[in-house]
Design a protein around this ligand. Structure first.
Ligand SMILES: CC(C)(COP(=O)(O)OP(=O)(O)OC[C@H]1O[C@@H](n2cnc3c(N)ncnc32)[C@H](O)[C@@H]1OP(=O)(O)O)[C@@H](O)C(=O)NCCC(=O)NCCS
Length: 152
């Protein structure tokens, strides 16, 4: 759990939730576009299916407006992976992302949690307690495999 002292208390109307029922997936798609996370617009229906199929999700709202999201996959026993961390630009740098990570990790009943960072965001995950792996390997889509993508 992130301590209150680490959270920008001016964000008094911020609510963190694990409930996807009220999520407007068009609004969620716009959140990913504005964050930005990825170059292609997320299809709202695919986004909904991905979040609903996840083991743990966190949705962040400010007076009802969707301002942040994150999700994790998990086998329930050994391994977990965090994906799709996004916070609206005007809400970034206020502790919301770190809070999402903290809450996701609390929901994961395993000790091994992996993720890969968008190039340039590694420092955020280091601040959240993650360390670089020496042996990480991946098979990635053509865009992420490209020499200029920064992933490989
Ligand atoms: C990455 C992201 C989720 C971080 O969320 P955030 O709410 O802005 O981050 P926080 O305010 O919780 O930052 C937590 C800490 O990480 C640091 N940090 C944040 N982004 C950073 C970055 N890009 N590089 C280095 N440090 C960073 C903050 O300074 C803060 O440090 P502190 O604890 O010493 O104060 C958010 O910036 C975002 O949505 N970016 C666009 C989408 C994206 O790239 N998502 C990540 C995909 S891997």
């Amino acid at each position: 759990m992130i301590a209150n002292s680490e959270f920008d208390m001016s964000l008094s109307n911020i609510i963190f939730s694990s409930c996807l029922q009220a999520v407007d997936w068009e609004e969620a798609s716009l959140l990913f576009e504005r964050a930005p996370l990825g170059k292609q617009k997320r299809d709202p229906e695919k986004l909904q299916r991905a979040f609903e199929a996840s083991y743990a999700v966190i949705v962040v709202r400010d007076s009802g407006k969707l301002v942040g999201m994150g999700r994790a996959l998990c086998d329930g026993e050994y391994q977990a992976a965090i994906y799709d961390m996004a916070v609206l630009p005007e809400y970034q740098g206020k502790g919301i992302g770190k809070n999402i990570i903290g809450r996701l990790c609390e929901k994961l009943p395993v000790e091994n949690i992996i993720l890969y960072s968008v190039p340039g965001r590694e420092g955020f995950y280091i601040k959240c307690g993650f360390r670089k792996m020496r042996t990480a390997m991946a098979r990635l889509n053509p865009f992420m495999s490209g020499q200029d993508s920064g992933y490989l």
